[in-house]
Design a protein around this ligand. Structure first.
Ligand code: GMT
Length: 376
């Protein structure tokens, strides 16, 4: 039975928006009607499909409001679309504000409209610690018809932090295998001035404090003393000025390439030998899966959902947060042993295409949808 599904996510660049959009595209391929209800067109919604619709949430500026009421406008748009298009369910990514808006929409439309909420991390691991939001997040979770989370660790943290008994299903993230595979993009090395003998390390993030990008620089500064290499930094965010200063202070200007925000990271990953993710908080670490799908081993921290994505010693390595010595030793262990690097890269690719296969993950979401609708 094909369904009519509304999807709300943050449409700008970010793992949760990527996963929500790719899920919508895959659901549409399976014959479901998918309605994106978002503040702008999701950046990955780049191809036409007659099963995909986009409804823009336009927030008007009224002088009576000190702040534009995005959440209320979203709830009202959700209700309008749900009623007009006769949606079966709203699948919202993030408890706050999206699940709370969906609950309001459901109250406007009627109990038949079901709500599936996916937790991606920041709503729990950052906002959940804010006492002024804690109860609202709990409300969003407890009034959803079904809640999923992108890792088992995120479920554990949600339970501990919010003291909620609500069942939460783990459903891992996935990548689109038609985009994330090892591309033949060696020409990029020439374009970026990377010598054939040089190894390439890569870090991709939004340069927020939790990503600990300075640890990437500290690690690379020592690795490049032993192995001829270059570092690709992809992304932008609050820590970019600090990182730029560090690169200058360490005298690494010629070895570090700041590439800013990039959409086609699969080609950049395909020229990389090692990905680094030294985060202090990470519910999943989608970039690790993207790297793995392109055959790149990773070193990440042993926190959050990262150990569920990197198989320590098989597809990469896990190190404690801030343990630069260990990061350096593990990086050298991979980069100075081409056979090991190749083996780990292959294992990473196999894990990405098997354990996290998009077909399997999309089926898990479909199962959840049919379950909540059966209860109608
Ligand atoms: O990591 C971010 O700052 C972005 C955030 C997002 O909203 O996309 O990422 C979260 O969701 C991703 C998709 O599920 C996960 O891969 C990231 O690990 C998670 N970020 C954190 O937990 C800090």
């Amino acid at each position: 039975m094909s369904l009519k599904i509304g999807i709300t996510c943050y449409p700008t660049i970010g793992g949760s928006g990527v996963v929500a959009t790719e899920l919508g595209k895959k659901l549409a391929e399976r014959g479901h009607e998918v309605h994106f209800i978002t503040s702008s067109i999701p950046f990955r919604l780049d191809q036409f499909s007659c099963n995909i619709f986009y409804h823009e949430v336009e927030v008007n500026q009224y002088s009576v409001f000190r702040y534009p009421p995005y959440d209320l406008t979203l709830a009202s748009k959700m209700a309008e679309v749900a009623q007009r298009e006769q949606l079966d369910l709203l699948h919202v990514h993030y408890a706050v504000p999206h699940a709370v808006c969906a609950i309001l929409a459901k109250q406007m439309v009627g109990e038949h409209l079901k709500i599936v909420t996916t937790l991606h991390g920041t709503d729990i691991t950052v906002l959940g610690y804010d006492p002024s939001l804690r109860q609202l997040i709990q409300f969003g979770i407890e009034h959803s018809d079904h809640v999923t989370a992108v890792s088992k660790d995120l479920i554990k943290e949600t339970r501990e932090l919010l003291e909620t008994e609500t069942p939460i299903t783990p459903i891992y993230n996935f990548v689109d295998e038609t985009i994330y595979y090892r591309h033949d993009s060696e020409h990029l090395k020439l374009a970026y001035g990377i010598q054939p003998n040089e190894k390439v390390l890569i870090h991709i993030s939004n340069f927020r404090d939790v990503k600990r990008v300075p640890d990437v620089i500290r690690t690379f500064a020592r690795v490049q003393e032993k192995v001829a290499s270059k570092l690709l930094l992809i992304g932008e965010g609050p820590d970019l000025p600090v990182v730029t200063r560090m690169v200058n202070d360490y005298g690494l200007k010629d070895r570090v390439l700041f590439l800013g925000k990039q959409e086609n990271v699969a080609e950049l990953l395909s020229i990389s030998d090692l990905a680094l993710l030294p985060s202090s908080k990470e519910s999943f670490g989608l970039i690790l899966l993207e790297a793995a799908a392109c055959g790149v081993p990773s070193i990440g921290t042993n926190i959050g959902g990262i150990p569920e994505v990197i198989r320590d010693g098989e597809t990469g390595y896990l190190c404690p947060v801030g343990a630069i010595d260990q990061f350096v030793a593990r990086a050298l262990d991979i980069l100075q042993h081409p056979e090991r690097q190749k083996r780990m890269g292959q294992a990473a690719m196999e894990t990405a295409t098997q354990a996290f296969h998009s077909g399997e993950i999309v089926s898990q979401y479909e199962k959840v949808y049919y379950q909540v609708l059966e209860r109608r």
